[in-house]
Design a protein around this ligand. Structure first.
Ligand SMILES: O=C(O)C[C@@H](O)[C@H](O)C(=O)CO
Length: 272
């Protein structure tokens, strides 16, 4: 059984609030990245008191109202399905605060966590503030929405990005890693992948492997699964006929995304 692949495990934690995934440092190999997926029925409320962690609340689908008890962000969220391929709204809440998420409509919310000690202002990250990038060529094309990139100083550790990969294409490819705290050449960042596919019966393949192959897992990933990347290269391949979506959370000791491509495959980038 894979140590890195997590299947949805829905549990109702309060009326209308279903915890679909929960990745913590206690139940995973990750120390810097925590992650939850929560489904909310209309009118239901998820509440949380943050300790020494910061949180980025992503309105994945549906409409929500978020409050940190000082500010209220009403009716945020822009899409019914991630495959509308438009950016969505998120809210950054710093350590030692409490927050509430109330569902205006049926909603799926992603909560991204990382340890944090210096309190920062709560911030609404509007859909229109997401940086949009088209990366790659040939069968290596993907669309990226940068929700919390390292160029945005709103968080202490968290980096959050969503990636759409077309049918028959590859992403997080050529294989790259960020598992050495060796700046300026490479940063150490753990990573989580929350996956969806369109149509939903699809699957993708993700391999997570280190140079010495002490970690080498190739996973068949289905709709709603989470893949953990404590270290190593982590490419994703998408079969013909299916589109792939994933949301990445990255965090580590320094908030810099500096990756290292696997040298044997770097030629992929240099094709004319
Ligand atoms: O460009 C991509 O294919 C997405 C990846 O960069 C992904 O966000 C990742 O692997 C981050 O390290």
């Amino acid at each position: 059984m894979s140590k890195l692949l997590r299947k949805p495990n829905p549990k109702e934690t309060s009326p209308g609030v279903i915890n679909v995934h929960e990745v913590t440092s206690e139940n995973s190999p990750l120390e810097y990245v925590g992650f939850k997926v929560v489904d909310l029925a209309p009118g239901s409320t998820y509440k949380e008191e943050l300790g020494k962690v910061e949180c980025c609340i992503v309105a994945l689908t549906g409409k929500i109202t978020v409050s940190d008890h000082d500010q209220v962000f009403e009716n945020i969220g822009t899409r019914e399905s991630v495959f509308e391929k438009k950016p969505t709204d998120s809210v950054y809440v710093s350590n030692d605060r409490t927050f509430e998420v109330k569902a205006v409509s049926q909603a799926r919310v992603v909560l991204c966590y990382s340890p944090s000690y210096k309190q920062l202002p709560t911030k609404l990250i509007k859909a229109e503030d997401n940086g949009i990038e088209h990366r790659g060529k040939y069968s290596n094309q993907r669309l990226v929405h940068n929700i919390l990139p390292d160029s945005d100083p709103s968080a202490n550790s968290l980096l959050v990005v969503e990636v759409f990969t077309e049918s028959g294409n590859w992403s997080s490819y050529p294989p790259h890693k960020h598992d050495q705290d060796n700046l300026p050449d490479e940063s150490f960042l753990e990573e989580s992948y929350y996956h969806e596919m369109n149509p939903r019966q699809g699957f993708v393949f993700q391999r997570v492997y280190t140079d010495d192959r002490s970690l080498d897992e190739t996973m068949a990933v289905e709709n709603g699964d989470v893949v953990l990347v404590p270290a190593g290269y982590h490419p994703v391949g998408v079969p013909d006929g299916y589109e792939s979506y994933y949301l990445n959370v990255m965090a580590g000791p320094k908030r810099i995304w500096k990756f290292h491509n696997e040298p044997t495959h770097e030629w992929i980038l240099n094709r004319k």
